[in-house]
Design a protein around this ligand. Structure first.
Ligand code: IPD
Ligand code: CA
Ligand code: CA
Length: 273
């Protein structure tokens, strides 16, 4: 049952990826959602159109939550979380670090996940209880057990930039590790934890479509995902901490220490968009 959902998501993500590659060679059709930082391109819209139409054709009863707003509600307990182009700012500047992210949840349980990087032709997949894979080969989180020898990643959402406490965390984690990358695609960042390229990732204010696929990838690859308090991460929660499991408590302790020290850090306040 789950397998056919995953197969559908793979087919659709790969076709959406072709749209993104095609759009890279065309003149940029750029618009702003609100202020001059939250970008949306023709590529986001075309990719979402393809994904929503195809999911609706295959699973007409299912609900679809898609970033650009063309999904639909339904009475079904199945819900697809769709980010048609994760890394829009990168895409708009020709920086080739972006992906398509599609995940299926039944009530609150993630069942299937696909993150597809069409530039490198990397297809990350996971199905609940069946493990995670990159281009069909099983993947696992890293075995690095100390923060000081870890490579980390984070991100800075475009909305509510002034209210985001992350600069302090970025600086402190940079000093305590091999470094903190900021690649600009949360779904790819999470997939990179699942495949062991990064040992840990955190970010404030991510949306469900940013994290749904990546969370299942990490869980199925043997990692751990929580909030800073150590509670299981809820999709759309104010902060996500995703690691190989081994450095989780060390990162969590440091994050709590930073939040205690910095008066401006509200790690448990809800994300606004
Ligand atoms: C963004 C990227 C980025 C993250 C932002 C997201 P988008 O998604 O994942 O890495 O820092 O919070 O909004 O807008 O490119 O789909
Ligand atoms: Ca996104
Ligand atoms: Ca997006």
């Amino acid at each position: 049952m789950t397998k056919s959902y995953l197969d559908a998501a793979i087919e659709i993500a790969q076709d959406a990826g072709k749209v993104l590659i095609e759009e890279m060679t065309r003149p940029l059709d750029l618009h702003y959602k609100g202020d001059e930082v939250d970008l949306v391109t023709q590529a986001d819209k075309r990719s979402e159109k393809l994904i929503v139409e195809r999911l609706t054709k295959y699973f007409p009863d299912h609900a679809i939550a898609a970033e650009e707003g063309t999904g639909h509600e339904s009475a079904s307990e199945f819900r697809w979380h769709v980010d048609p182009l994760d890394g829009t700012t990168n895409f708009a500047h020709g920086y080739p670090c972006f992906c398509v992210s599609i995940a299926l949840a039944q009530r609150n349980a993630l069942l299937a996940a696909v993150v597809f990087n069409p530039v490198h032709n990397e297809l990350f997949t996971a199905a609940r209880g069946e493990g995670a894979a990159l281009n069909g080969k099983k993947i696992y989180v890293s075995s690095n057990a100390t923060l000081s020898t870890s490579l980390l990643c984070t991100g800075f959402p475009v909305h509510n930039r002034k209210g985001n406490p992350n600069l302090q965390y970025y600086g402190d984690f940079t000093q305590q590790s091999h470094g903190v990358r900021r690649d600009g695609s949360a779904a790819l960042d999470l997939a990179s934890v699942a495949v062991g390229r990064f040992d840990g990732f955190w970010e404030f204010g991510l949306q469900k479509w940013d994290t749904a696929a990546g969370v299942l990838l990490i869980e199925e690859a043997g990692g751990r995902v929580s909030d800073f308090a150590g509670n299981p991460y809820q999709l759309g929660g104010p902060v996500i901490l995703a690691t190989n499991g081994l450095i989780h408590e060390e990162m969590r302790a440091m994050a709590l220490e930073i939040s205690r020290r910095t008066s401006s850090a509200p790690p448990h306040s809800p994300a606004k968009r």
